[in-house]
Design a protein around this ligand. Sequence first.
Ligand SMILES: Nc1nc2c(ncn2[C@@H]2O[C@H](COP(=O)(O)OP(=O)(O)OP(=O)(O)O)[C@@H](O)[C@H]2O)c(=O)[nH]1
Length: 350
Amino acid sequence: MTPSNTARAKVPVTVITGFLGAGKTTLLRHVLANAKGRRIAIVVNEFGTLGIDGDTLRACGVEGCRDEDIVELTNGCLCCTVADDFLPTMEALLDREAAPDHIVIETSGLALPKPLLKAFGWPTIRTRMTVDGVVTVVDGPAVAAGRFADDPAEVARQQAADPSLDHDNPLAEVYEDQLLSADLVMLNKTDLMTPAQADAVEASIRAEIPRVVKVVRATDGQVDPAILLGLDAAAEDDLDARPSHHDAEGGEHEHDDFESFVASIPEQDSVEGFIARLKTLAEQHDILRMKGYATVRGKAMRLAVQGVGSRFRHQFDRALSPDAPRTGSLVVIGQKGMDQSAITAALAQG
Ligand SMILES: Nc1nc2c(ncn2[C@@H]2O[C@H](COP(=O)(O)OP(=O)(O)OP(=O)(O)O)[C@@H](O)[C@H]2O)c(=O)[nH]1
């Protein structure tokens, strides 16, 4: 049986990765809205315990996106919970009466894709699925603003002190590992960039990856799914071409460079005042990501809030039941050592 026939006997899996807030869920909603009758199962992995992404997808109201087709794995990165969570989840999807035509896995924004790709070598799933491709979503403006770049002087200083160290910037390591595993890179949020900035970011992406990968530019993940699904990469058999900062450590890695917590939000007086306070908090505490829901005095709808760094989007997304508590919750994700009590106290103000 030729490889492509063998691959056809397997359910194709697309891994969507990319740093916190790059636009993975937004892309996923777009793929689902344009599934063209394909039965797509979704596995959503969250770093925090509040399943915001799964909730966002369920709210998308897309015909091809049934609740039972969305599997949420919260509280930990798939790359660390492969044996406990990931494998049983994938086997359960395959054992369904009507197995999906395609499975799409959205990793957490802090996941390192390579350990996940290795899991597809496990005997129980190796003969039944193949990694059709790894799609890495890049937050273009964040890269343009140097969010993941190392300070060259600092790296030189550290390397002078310890030649084996290439950098210890946890943001850069995660970002680079997510690029190094890619079959296709989606340079997203081009609406927030000049063409020259997008060109520079694309050049930096290509310089980072030691092989030719396709780079597509997008806004709100609006890329034809036919470009993303059907790459036929069999990435599980191509691991050597996808180096990782953590190969040297035997593939083991922790996420103790980052932390997340869920903060309760009392009813807010106004949307404007609430968002302005969130922006200030994100800047003061270098918060990487905030996402969740709030209630606003006099409003019968729930306010969905999404923050990437100090950039926020919000919308009233669904009606609140009259007897629902007038409180909200926000997942806050940052680097280790962020002042959780100060952030919690600031968010506790109405
Ligand atoms: N301006 C702009 N905002 C975008 C674009 N794509 C996504 N966003 C916004 O960026 C925020 C994060 O988008 P998500 O799709 O939730 O990002 P994510 O990668 O799934 O985030 P995590 O799962 O937390 O890592 C949301 O407010 C989106 O509306 C884009 O192309 N342009």
